[in-house]
Design a protein around this ligand. Structure first.
Ligand code: KG4
Ligand code: ZN
Length: 398
């Protein structure tokens, strides 16, 4: 089946069209079209994502992104359509709260032949509610127009499935546009780390989740972003901190700075990153003459502290469960040091466990992962209608 997927939960406007085949145990995907607009440059000025601005940008970009995705999939065919009065009214009502989108929507759809897709998947949470609503209302309007079913996707489930996906091998070559999720040994433990989330989730069987641990305050990505800001680095902070920390590691000198490892030795699988962030703040306040070199060592110590805690809690969760596959998903999973440490630790300490990390393209927010999750729910007939679909900024997996 062909799924059109829409992602607008944060600062990426993304639409992908995938041909999906197989079943839960052996799912195969071909990306027919994939378009993404990152708002990073726009939010940089504010040092983080500004929700009202994110909403406005999504509204502005959804139609061009849809056009780009359809075009790449060779599904963009011109047509002069007259939309029946009743449909027009229903769509106008749905989009009445989306200024900037409604005009573009009507201008575009009057000229586009309905594409042969089978369902529309859209992120309904977690995320920034104003941002989520634009994508959801856009999906509803398309569903009414093209008379297609909707699928409500949990963003974190998208990250989890993306980490399980591998590039499909076709003969000896790897096709860049093909992915497969297969031979996954259950149960799966997922460490989900993003700008808004830090959680350990256990998946005993497909799409059945138990929350093992979560952050009690800041998410790890949020801590990366805030510490980067304190160090005068641009948003998003994760890649910047990682870059500086890697330079400091190359020197192989002992780190002159020491930061705490919050909650590392407590008896839960929960996390806390607010204290670590505050420790960096005090460190900077109490240190005179911070040079570029000091910033690199602080970035390194911060990253080391984060990785120690992430690994410590993950190891605790592995010891509590009969996990066979460990996945790390979410934007922070793009981090080089996290990948390196987890790969090493699993190889040496838990050799029976398979570690799955997202392919680069799929680690940070994208719509391909939303299509993956959409397919898993389509297989279970978990469809929604425009009237039943809603948004939940705090939607949780378990
Ligand atoms: O999953 P994601 O793209 O968006 C959310 O769902 O939040 O994650 C974004 C977060 C940001 O906080 C960003 O700083 C962080 O992921 N991030 C990284 C790296 N790349 C992105 N953090 C650490 N190291 C990285 N290489
Ligand atoms: Zn995300």
């Amino acid at each position: 089946m062909k799924i059109l997927a829409i992602e607008t939960s944060c600062d990426e406007t993304a639409i992908a069209i995938l041909e999906c085949e197989g079943d839960e145990k052996n799912a195969r995907f071909t990306v027919l079209g994939n378009a993404l607009f990152s708002q990073i440059e726009i939010h940089k000025e504010y040092g983080g994502v500004f929700p009202a601005l994110a909403k406005r940008e999504h509204a502005k970009n959804l139609v061009p992104i849809l056009e780009a995705a359809l075009e790449e999939a060779e599904l963009l065919h011109e047509d002069t359509q007259t939309i029946p009065e009743e449909k027009h009214e229903k769509i106008a009502t749905i989009l009445s709260r989306e200024p900037g989108l409604i005009e573009a929507f009507f201008a575009f759809i009057g000229e586009c032949e309905p594409p042969p897709i089978d369902a529309i998947a859209v992120t309904t949470g977690p995320g920034l509610e104003p941002a989520l609503w634009v994508g959801v209302n856009f999906a509803k309007a398309l569903a009414v127009l093209w008379e297609k079913p909707l699928i409500a996707v949990n963003h974190m489930e998208g990250h989890l499935l993306a980490a399980l996906a591998s590039r499909k091998q076709i003969s000896s070559q790897t096709d860049q546009s093909m992915f497969a999720i297969f031979d996954v040994r259950m149960p799966v433990l997922a460490l989900l780390v993003s700008g808004g989330h830090t959680e350990l989730v256990h998946m005993r069987e497909w799409l059945t989740y138990e929350l093992i641990g979560q952050t009690r305050d800041d998410a790890v990505g949020e801590a990366f972003d805030k510490v980067a800001r304190m160090l005068g680095l641009p948003y998003p902070g994760g890649p910047e901190i990682s870059r500086l920390a890697e330079i400091a590691r190359e020197t192989q000198r002992k780190n002159p700075y020491v930061l705490p490892r919050p909650m590392l030795h407590d008896a839960t699988c929960d996390f806390s990153f607010a204290g670590l962030k505050t420790s960096v703040l005090y460190l900077l306040r109490d240190t005179l003459n911070i040079r570029e070199e000091d910033k690199r060592y602080i970035a390194r110590e911060f990253e080391d502290a984060v990785v120690d805690v992430l690994w410590g809690k993950t190891a605790r969760a592995l010891n509590m469960t009969d996990t066979q596959t460990l996945v790390i998903g979410g934007g922070v999973s793009a981090n080089t040091h996290i990948r390196r440490v987890f790969t090493e630790k699993i190889k040496n300490e838990y050799p029976h466990i398979t570690l799955c990390l997202s392919i680069d393209l799929l680690a940070t927010d994208n719509a391909i992962m939303i299509a993956f999750a959409g397919f898993y729910h389509a297989l279970r007939n978990n469809f929604s209608t425009p009237d039943s679909l809603t948004v939940n900024g705090n939607r949780s997996l378990a």
